[in-house]
Design a protein around this ligand. Structure first.
Ligand code: 99T
Length: 205
């Protein structure tokens, strides 16, 4: 793969998806990490110059083209290696995988929204019903994943997204106790979290 620069923060679960993907596909050596701080309410010129959404992950290619979001970057990385594809090319397997990815990203979107509401938004403006609404989305997706736990893939882009979503719940929303009553999903995650790619990208801080 050509040399690229990833605008990144070690605590972002969307960034983690890209890093796990890069480890799994063997392209990590071609990605230079550039740390940036993000906030939905503070403009960061370093990111805006590459991505008008001001979000990470953003991957800058050799010719200056910037790719985002995490799904697009992962699919790009999948086109840059010779191993087994982590995005099935076509057919039912692809739709199934994209559906899992959407559920996992939905957990992240609700989880990050929950985090911003409880951590970033000034206390006086916080809205308990809205926080509860995000939690309910997360719980419902977790239940759907538990129902499908026996058929969850060992490794593909969907598995990576689910692994990073569950890792984010452990990191930022541990009070949710997502493993409670979800033994199948907990067992799947225990195996997935033991992969070297997951161990190398544990968030801290
Ligand atoms: O919203 C902003 O302006 C800044 N937020 C971000 O850059 C977050 C960092 S994770 N990234 C995204 O929201 C990317 C979402 C996109 N759909 C993707 O890449 O898949 C912040 C998590 C935390 O602080 O706990």
């Amino acid at each position: 793969m050509e040399k690229t620069i990833l605008l990144y923060a070690p605590t972002s679960p969307y960034v983690r998806k890209v890093l796990v993907f890069a480890h799994e596909t063997g392209v990590m050596a071609d990605i230079e990490l550039q740390t940036v701080k993000t906030s939905p309410v503070i403009r960061q010129d370093a990111i805006m110059a590459a991505n008008p959404l001001g979000k990470i992950p953003t991957l800058v290619l050799g010719d200056g083209t910037a790719l985002f979001d995490s799904r697009v970057i992962c699919e790009y990385l999948d086109s840059c290696h010779d191993g087994a594809a982590l995005f099935p090319a076509a057919g039912a397997a692809r739709w199934q995988m994209l559906r899992l990815q959407a559920m996992a990203d939905g957990i992240l979107d609700a989880g990050v929204a929950h985090r911003y509401e409880t951590f970033l938004r000034p206390e006086a403006y916080r809205w308990a019903d809205w926080i509860e609404g995000q939690k309910q989305k997360i719980e419902a997706v977790l239940d759907a994943l538990e129902a499908a736990a026996q058929s969850l893939p060992e490794i593909d882009a969907g598995a990576i997204a689910i692994g990073c979503a569950l890792g984010y719940l452990d990191f930022r929303l541990a009070d949710l106790n997502w493993r409670e009553n979800r033994p199948g999903l907990a067992a799947w995650f225990a195996a997935f979290a033991a992969r070297p790619s997951m161990r190398a990208t544990m968030p801290a801080g």
